[in-house]
Ligand binder design. Structure first.
Ligand code: NA7
Length: 488
């Protein structure tokens, strides 16, 4: 449809029915856009919370903050509620907002191309569809990173990634090995140690652990939340402020005394919790706290000190049919091997093939690593917007809040089209270049650049996360700077 002729009712395709895709659907409808379809490759919504079902899984953002602002949940069982509750929450919100019927399950979008002013998608099943706008809500930590360890295929027991937990494998009384010491591994170790015969943790890099308690909400508290939602609002506001001022904002200021206080708290946790001096030193990281994503755990140090737990810091040489052989020659015999080895964070919307204006391939644009203006838009891909795309604020903040702000921002861009000011809106190359240059400069003085390996870094070692304060992100999301966009 040519500029000026567009009807008031553009059509949208949302890709992914996780937290962000459900949000987009709800907000589109709220804004009066009823013509949309959500394509979801799995047979169930929930994204991360559908895929990660490992024992001990919980979100490391407090539940009353890790909730949609418009759907507080009085039933959260704990300050950091378990993954299954979070999954049930998203299913419930989607049902209550009548989103389910807009989702086409089992439809993986494989190609998305801008042709004649509209986006045309194709799915693995052969479905094709067109829309004026695409909102890609495909997640951040989605594609498991499988380590290249010699002999992995030869293992005689069960082996799986933490995000592909095989619940058919018996764990009680089993000899279990866990590779990795990220948030997933730490939660798994604490949850499993008392169930299994032995738990062997293969650590490549030690982690700083923040001792965060996880109290349960009493029935009386939950009743009060249901009766008086303002009480939940108060918690949300308090936790949000504490996270922003005491954490999110200080990560981008390496001189901050608050960052030092976090470091000191982690040191005190290590020294006050681990009694054996040899084990304590093995668990002591050599980098600054929060350089890697800070692990929150009330009980990991207790778990790793159980008599049936072992911390192995020798390099993994190879996997053999009966277990893991380390560089010191020892064979650790195992029945189950869990790969808690993280995700391929450079993927974002891929492997979907995205083709923009004049045949520009997103794969080519992102050849040197993915980046997106304000984590939302890429030049040459008009009317295509991402939620929690590259360079977003992922520094231990609620990605729900982030996505809500992004949807609000995207809807303001869409408004330009609805108002008849243009039929295509996309970020300009100049704005993208400026954003990238500023981002790279700012990234140098963030905690993530202080010398550690983490999923916050790109292939060149530059932090990819939002390198400014969270407040600045909030400000940017208030209103698009239209001068940064090409309107056609
Ligand atoms: P992470 O935080 O990326 O952790 C992955 C862990 O796996 C980390 O300790 C890695 O060690 C380790 N790893 C990765 N590859 C290997 C190989 N080849 N050999 C040994 N060890 C390896 O992933 P998580 O799933 O725990 O957490 C991801 C996020 O989910 C988390 O930050 C929260 O946001 C929620 P390394 O430290 O690189 O030496």
């Amino acid at each position: 449809m040519a500029h000026g002729e567009r009807s008031d009712q553009p059509r949208f395709i949302v890709i992914g029915a996780g937290m962000a895709g459900i949000l987009a659907a709800i907000k589109l409808r709220e804004a009066g856009f009823d013509d949309f379809t959500v394509y979801e490759k799995a047979d169930r919504l929930g994204g991360t919370w559908r895929e990660n079902t490992y024992p001990g899984i919980a979100c490391d953002v407090p539940s009353h903050l890790y909730s949609y602002s418009f759907a507080p949940n009085p039933s959260w069982s704990r300050q950091f509620s378990p993954g299954a509750e979070i999954q049930a929450y998203f299913e419930d919100v989607a049902r209550r907002h009548g989103i389910g019927t807009a989702i086409r399950f089992g439809e993986e979008v494989t190609r998305c191309a801008f042709e004649d002013g509209r986006w045309r998608i194709q799915t693995a099943r052969g479905t094709s569809d067109t829309a004026d706008f695409v909102i890609a809500a495909t997640g951040v930590l989605h594609h498991p990173a499988i380590p290249e360890i010699e002999g992995l295929d030869s293992f005689g027991g069960a082996v799986f990634h933490s995000a592909r937990w095989d619940h058919g494998v018996p764990l009680d009384g089993a000899r279990v090995g866990v590779v990795g010491t990220g948030s997933s591994a730490i939660q798994i170790v604490s949850a499993l140690v008392d169930r299994v015969a032995s738990l062997t943790l293969f650590q490549r890099t030690a982690q700083w652990i923040m001792p965060v308690n996880n109290p349960a909400y009493s029935d009386a508290e939950k009743r009060e939340f249901a009766r008086n939602p303002a009480a939940m609002e108060e918690i949300r506001a308090a936790v949000s402020q504490a996270f922003i001022q005491g954490f999110a904002n200080v990560l981008v200021d390496i001189e901050s005394p608050l960052l030092q206080a976090i470091h000191d708290a982690c040191v005190a946790n290590l020294e006050g919790s681990v009694t054996d001096p040899v084990l304590r030193e093995k668990l002591r990281p050599t980098y600054r706290a929060a350089c890697k994503r800070l692990v929150m755990s009330p009980d990991f140090y207790q778990a790793i000190q159980r008599p049936n737990a072992a911390l192995i810091t020798e390099r993994i040489e190879r996997v053999e049919p009966s277990g893991v052989r380390t560089a010191d020659g020892a064979l650790r015999e195992l029945d189950v091997l869990v790969l808690a080895t993280g995700f391929r964070v450079d993927r974002f919307v891929r492997p979907m093939r995205v083709v923009g204006r004049d045949g520009v391939e997103l794969d080519d644009v992102w050849n040197g690593g993915p980046s997106a203006y304000l984590a939302i838009a890429v030049p040459d891909f008009p009317n295509f917007f991402m939620l929690n795309g590259p360079n977003g604020p992922v520094g231990n903040f609620s990605l729900i809040d982030v996505a809500e702000m992004q949807v609000g921002y995207i809807l303001q861009l869409v408004e330009q089209v609805r108002a008849g000011n243009c039929s295509e809106i996309g970020v300009s190359r100049a704005a993208m270049q400026r954003f990238d240059a500023d981002r790279a400069e700012a990234a140098k003085s963030t905690i993530w650049a202080t010398g550690c390996r983490s999923w916050y870094l790109d292939a060149g070692g530059l932090p990819t996360a939002w390198p400014w304060t969270f407040d600045r992100f909030v400000e940017e999301m208030q209103r698009p700077r239209l001068a940064d966009y090409d309107l056609r």
